[in-house]
Design a protein around this ligand. Structure first.
Ligand SMILES: [Zn+2]
Length: 408
């Protein structure tokens, strides 16, 4: 019996695409493929099916297949000519996820977004998939603009945190500022605005949908936006940000210590122990503090006061009735600061008095701010990776992609 000649393996790589062979060019290996037409082609001009073959051509593309393998493809495409109107055309490759003029399939384009969301730089993505960095950037914009538009259709989150941070603009370009709105309920960044002037922020905030439904706005004590927020979010209660309140107290205390004992700034061990929460001190640190307190009783008194104030303000998730004794305690401590303490503490006392209501709301508040501090770290990383952003829109896209959860 005559032996059959082995034929080329006919692997289906994508649906409607058959791999028929392999070739090599200057860039390495590629696969020959044919496009399987499931239904008879029709003329895009007159709709007629009276067609005849007008030759073949090859189309180059990169694609990720059903098995996750990445291949460079040379797809053999048929060209038709219409008998009725004379139009020449080839069937579109939309079925295999390659759009008009495109050289990558949809699965590969999605993969670019995923790589970017994992923090890989454009350059590294470009090298891995053999495309230029500008193509990566263009494709990312294309992938995410539609998703972003959809995300911004949703109304504003009900528990919002407003914060500002600086953006590094690259070498010799300095810094500029951005304001972030974080959704504390779903742990994501909702929007990033350019600039920190009140006028710019007001015009941006006015565009938000569902402003009147916002229930809680969380912000730090130094924020100049307080009046603006009260005006633009009429039904929202302003809550102070615990992280910033505690940090302000510790900084004030530290300034007092430096004034009381100028040599303290050279003693890193003591400085560190003074900043640490009492319950977290190591035995060695405790001994250091005791020695310091023996030398400077004023520091001991201030330290005890600081510990008491910090533990009072760290309380959370209390019911309204349970807050009344805490309120009395805080009032008394503020009075002490204003009338019995040095100027440094008087300043702190005045700040707490100005922000009294937002601060006492912290006891009732349950949401953690740690997550947004994590986002700030992530944003700094985004800036570091790109060596600064000159174009704010590119930066915004990156932040929303990595911290806005639009891929999910
Ligand atoms: Zn036609």
């Amino acid at each position: 019996m005559e032996e059959k000649t082995p034929t080329m393996p006919c692997v289906v790589f994508l649906k409607y695409l058959k791999i028929t062979g392999e070739g090599v060019d200057s860039q390495g290996k590629f696969a020959y493929a044919t496009y399987v037409e499931v239904e008879a082609a029709r003329c895009p001009c007159c709709g007629s099916n009276m067609l005849y073959a007008h030759g073949y051509y090859h189309r180059n593309a990169s694609a990720i297949g059903r098995d996750g393998a990445r291949k460079r493809l040379r797809i053999r495409m048929k060209r038709y000519k219409c008998r009725c109107c004379g139009k020449c055309f080839s069937p579109s490759c939309n079925r295999i996820g390659i759009g008009k003029w495109q050289r990558r399939n949809a699965r590969l384009n999605d993969m670019l977004s995923r790589e970017c969301a994992n923090g890989v730089s454009n350059k590294a993505i470009g090298q891995k998939y053999r495309i230029s960095t500008s193509t990566v950037e263009r494709q990312l914009h294309r992938n995410h603009e539609a998703l972003l538009r959809e995300q911004l259709q949703h109304s504003c989150p009900q528990v919002l945190r407003i914060d500002e941070h600086s953006i590094h603009r690259g070498r010799t370009k300095g810094h500029k500022f951005a304001v972030t709105l974080a959704d504390l309920r779903h742990h994501r960044i909702y929007e990033v605005f350019e600039g920190k002037s009140s006028a710019a922020l007001e015009s941006n905030l006015r565009k938000l949908k569902g402003r009147e439904k916002v229930k809680v706005v969380c912000m730090d004590l130094s924020s100049p936006f307080r009046n603006l927020i009260q005006r633009l979010f009429p039904h929202a209660k302003i809550v102070a940000d615990r992280f910033h309140v505690i940090r302000l107290i510790i900084d004030t205390f530290h300034e007092f210590c430096k004034a009381a004992d100028p040599a303290i700034k050279w003693k890193r061990g003591i400085t560190c122990a003074l900043r640490t929460k009492g319950a977290n001190l190591r035995p060695a640190q405790r001994q250091l503090l005791e020695k310091e307190f023996a030398r400077h009783p004023a520091i001991q008194a201030a330290y005890e006061f600081k510990e008491e104030l910090c533990s009072l303000l760290s309380i959370k998730e209390r019911k309204r009735a349970n807050c009344i004794p805490l309120l009395e305690k805080l009032k008394e401590m503020v009075w002490q600061m204003l009338h019995e303490a040095l100027e440094i503490f008087k300043k702190l006392g005045r700040t707490i008095r100005q922000w009294f209501e937002p601060i006492i709301r912290m006891w009732r508040f349950t949401k953690s701010n740690g997550i947004t501090e994590g986002f700030h770290r992530k944003m700094k990383l985004i800036q570091r990776r790109a060596y600064g952003y000159r174009n704010f829109q590119n930066y915004r896209l990156r932040v929303l992609m990595e911290c806005g959860h639009i891929l999910v």
